[in-house]
Design a protein around this ligand. Structure first.
Ligand code: C5P
Length: 218
């Protein structure tokens, strides 16, 4: 029997991470935060001083970096044996991740890593192309979005809670820029899978979104 997957795709700051983690916990399923893989690669590139215009050099790092995930209350990531969790959430990391995410060979190099999370009784996978490219055969798919203003507000709150300096109007501009890059790229652009359930969470509580996700599976 194939392992069921719930894919949750959508733009930055739509709440995919929070919802996915909580739904995975409720179901006892594995959790894949695919953005953290792109983010980890961004950190590895910066550590190694790799030129972001050199796609083959980036692919090489993507193929050789060793990532270990620990999914407790917070996702912790080790890159080549070193804990990089504190750098993962930085806006600069997210921006570099979205720049290298347009490269088709880089995406191909990260595909198997993402698919290897399909283990145990089920998987909740969050990202941009989970339902369209990485797990096209997933029986359950959600496209989760919210207005750009609301997403910037949530990101602002999240960063402040972590003690990271943030500026709301700058965040809104960055989010819109990242949306545009994610939607306009040629390979695996952010798009709703044909058979996905569309949820606009702008005016919804976390509990209400989780309920919709669980209803889809029941
Ligand atoms: O979701 P998160 O903000 O952590 O993702 C960081 C960046 O990684 C996104 O802006 C996007 O460009 C890229 N990404 C992607 N495909 C995914 C997950 C993330 O292109 N499945």
């Amino acid at each position: 029997m194939t392992i069921p997957v719930l894919t949750i795709d959508g733009p930055s700051g739509a709440g995919k991470g929070t919802i996915s983690r909580l739904v995975a916990k409720k179901l006892g399923w594995n959790y894949l935060d695919s953005g953290s893989i792109y983010r980890s690669l961004a950190i590895a590139l910066s550590q190694q001083g790799v030129d972001l215009a050199d796609e083959m050099a980036i692919v090489k790092v993507a193929e050789t970096m060793e990532l270990a995930f620990e999914c407790g209350d917070e996702l912790r990531v080790n890159l080549d044996g070193v804990d990089i969790t504190s750098q993962l959430g930085l806006e600069s990391t997210g921006n570099t991740a979205s720049i290298i995410a347009v490269l088709s060979q880089v995406r191909a190099a990260l595909l198997a890593k993402q698919q290897s999370f399909r283990q145990g009784v089920g998987l909740v996978a969050d990202g941009r192309d989970m339902g369209t490219v990485v797990f096209p055969d997933a029986p359950y798919k959600i496209f989760l979005t919210a207005s750009a203003e609301e997403r910037a507000r949530r990101r602002y709150k999240q960063l402040k809670e972590k003690g990271i300096y943030a500026n709301l109007s700058r965040l809104t501009i960055d989010i819109e820029e990242r949306d545009r890059r994610d939607m306009e790229r040629a390979t695996a652009p952010l798009a709703m899978a044909e058979n996905a359930l569309y949820i606009d969470s702008s005016n919804m509580s976390i509990a209400a979104v989780i309920e919709e996700a669980l209803n889809l599976i029941r």
